[in-house]
Design a binder for this molecule. Sequence first.
Ligand SMILES: [Zn+2]
Length: 182
Amino acid sequence: MAAAEQAERERQAAAAADAVRQALACQDCGRGQAAGLCEACDHRRQTEALIGEAGLLAAAGSADLSDAGSIAAAVAGVRTAIGDSAAAAWREFLEITDVAALEADPQAAADAYGFTVFQAAQQAVGEYRADALAVLGRTQEAEAEARRAFRPSRGAPGSGTTRVARTPSPPRRRPPARRGNV
Ligand SMILES: [Zn+2]
């Protein structure tokens, strides 16, 4: 019996603590009843992390990694590009949504906007990752080709005839290490 009472008191204490947690204002924007971080600010934070990740991937794919300015330019370019695509996505959203209802509920509008930007950033990360992998793949393929070119061909599987790359690669116009950032 005492054990059951104890369990019940613990359950009540946990519920009370959870209620307090739910009541906490957003630590970023001060919105009440936000469990410490509202949806819009949560997405804003995640978006910042995604922009940082996309910037690193873009720099890995295009910047001169020995030049901090080149890296910073690549990261800044990513931030601008994500901002542009988020703005376009938001315009599209406004076209299909009830703008009057959205304006009547600023918090819902802030949540929707935060989510739109977050989605744009997520998509950008996917694209920059694919680009970086493609660049890396081309670089490794070129290095492998260079190694094959310098190695006397003997006994390799399928050797004896002209070796053809399994996948055609587009012509490389990029110098190996650096590319000017516009
Ligand atoms: Zn907030």
